[in-house]
Design a protein around this ligand. Sequence first.
Ligand code: 3HC
Length: 290
Amino acid sequence: MTIPGVNNICVVGAGNMGHQIALCFAIAGYKVKCTDINEEILKKAENFADTYLPQRVAKGKMTEEVAKQARANISFTMDLKEAAKDADVVVEAILEKLDLKRELFAQLDEICPPHTILATNSSFIVSSKIAPVTKRPEKVCNMHFFNPALVMKLVEVVNGPHTSDEVAQKIFDLAKDIGKIPVMLKKEIYGFLVNRILAAINQEALYIYDMGVASYEDIDKAVVYALGHPMGPFRLMDLTGIDLSYYIGMERYQETGDPKHKPSPIIVEKFIKKEWGEKTGKGFYDYTKK
Ligand code: 3HC
């Protein structure tokens, strides 16, 4: 923990990404308050911390001392004000809905001290769409982690047109300090680096599937056993959330009008059926028997 002026972190949203982002900071020695409006999700996040840390110790991947300290570093509360009032950095990881993020950032702007940096972990919403609701646009940026956040090393930091270089650099250094490999995007671009590349792969995989050329299992096999990816695109969509694939597609389609971004029929079907992947127990694959 070596970033000047950064001691307390607040992570808003304890879901798929937020609970692990919070733990990344706690393990690295930061004091973390993790908050969510959903009690069940927050409890699940706390239970995860209670099981994950001892498991790392049992596996010989973490010392007992680090695990103990990490658990002491992290707390969970439904009270946003309590979670954010003394934060030096806030990382937002709530639903991918612009109006909700705007509402939250306006609240955070009121709650947090003037020096607090407000970062969004959004997968595709650039922070210039959020920053104007605050009185500190120069302290707003994207800090994008990958799923599962405790494992994936990359963090994308986006230096938006409103973001000060100093703030972007601080977030870059913070990512490095928690053992991540940050990359700096000098300009805002939709989908940043990774999700642009991933979207191209997913689009092609879904097109081939919708054409009836091959099953999703076989397309996944092709990507794993020929391209060497750790998991195929359908398995990965289950991990990151089919709801997210739907939101990304819809938002991009509405913004560009280009039908190639429209969520494919199978994504729409699964979105409506709430078959969102691991988080709901079923996506392309079934996780209820795991
Ligand atoms: N949470 C925390 N840790 C996990 C985990 C999870 N959900 N899943 C696996 N791990 C850990 C395991 O504990 C293990 O740790 P260890 O080696 O230190 O003991 C390690 O990861 C490897 O796990 P496994 O041996 O059980 O499984 P795999 O070797 O199959 O790895 C995986 C699992 C790391 C998820 C791997 O399949 C992978 O890298 N998949 C690709 C993930 C990816 O592409 N992520 C980016 C998605 S894009 C994104 O997130 C953008 C966003 O905006 C949508």
